[in-house]
Design a protein around this ligand. Structure first.
Ligand code: NAP
Length: 282
């Protein structure tokens, strides 16, 4: 099979490409920056240069492709998923595995963008699998600066919990969806093993780096002002504030058994992720 992997310079997509390489496949990666991709993969993969915002760059990249791993980010997810599905249909692609979000079940914030992207893929009639992770453990790297410089984590998520998932598990589920027929037509909501509050995560990082850390619950207004200062668009800011509020209300704390069902082993733990990433917090 010929696989086209988008998002291949990112967190999940790069791991998907690695796992396909480990299986003995030679994936094609769809990237904006060839140099960045060559630094990551050397000559072990095939390259297609393009941009998911530029539909004209898709047909050549999709030529001869059997299965597409689709990663879109941001408010343009619905339009870009639709354009990719349309190009995939024209190219005769037989499967799309979309990196979606477990938050589609709430139709909330970023999950609402993914919900519309999923609808566009369903409408294309191409057999699909929607891989729907909850919050990534790797999001916690966003705390590294304030932890290192001030010993503080600030968040508007209060005591709400999230069953953070390791990116390696997301990628492994995606590869199962790409390489077997077992999950065709299915949505796969996937989580880590336990729902944990953000103050609890802060304590665990503190224990791992052997340094006291303080969790500071901030208001939606303060979170908005801080996130706006990062240069995020208004739509992204609004989506994140709504997401963090829903977490605070403990509406996104679900745990599923799908990682274990699909991979035949328990999901990787938060403690393992922290131990792999202590250098980022020291
Ligand atoms: N973080 C979470 O907690 C969470 C939870 C559920 C779902 N998700 C979903 O997971 C996805 C993000 O996955 P990730 O963390 O693996 O991504 P990531 O690390 O942020 O990487 C994004 C990838 O997409 C590529 N990309 C961005 N814009 C592009 C464009 N216009 N054309 C082609 N490629 C483009 C980037 O390429 P460059 O290297 O060129 O920038 C990069 O390879 C999003 O759909 C998000 O909604 C995230």
């Amino acid at each position: 099979m010929t696989f086209l992997i988008t998002g291949a310079t990112g967190d999940v997509g790069s791991r998907v490409a690695d796992l396909l390489l480990e299986r003995g496949d030679r994936p094609r990666v769809f990237v904006r920056d060839l140099n960045k991709a060559r630094t990551r993969f050397g000559d072990r993969v095939d390259f297609a240069q393009g941009d998911l915002s530029d539909a004209a760059s898709l047909p050549a990249a999709l030529h001869g492709v059997d299965a597409l791993f689709l990663v879109n980010i941001g408010p343009e997810i619905p339009a870009r998923d639709q354009a990719a599905a349309h190009a995939a249909q024209s190219a005769g692609v037989r499967r799309i595995v979309k990196l979606s979000s477990m938050d589609v079940e709430q139709g909330l914030a970023i999950g609402a963008w993914h919900e519309r992207g999923e609808a566009a893929i369903r409408a294309s009639k191409i057999p699909f699998v929607f891989v729907q992770p909850t919050g990534f453990m790797s999001n916690l790297l966003a705390w590294s600066h304030s932890i290192r410089s001030e010993g503080v984590v600030r968040s508007s998520t209060g005591n709400g919990r999230r069953a953070f998932i390791h990116s390696a598990d997301i990628a492994a589920v995606a590869v199962a969806a790409l390489t077997t027929d077992d999950y065709l037509g299915q949505s796969l909501p996937i989580t880590g093993p336990e729902a944990v509050s953000f103050p609890e995560v802060t304590e665990r990082i503190a224990a791992a780096i052997d340094r006291p850390l303080r969790f500071e619950a901030i208001s939606d207004a303060e979170a908005l002002s801080r996130f706006s200062a990062t240069g995020a668009s208004a739509a992204e800011v609004d989506a994140h504030i709504a997401l963090w509020r829903a977490i605070r209300e403990d509406r996104l704390a679900g745990v599923t058994s799908n990682v274990e069902r699909i991979l035949g082993r328990p999901p990787l733990s938060l403690d393992q992720w922290i131990s792999e990433n202590t250098a980022a917090f020291r």
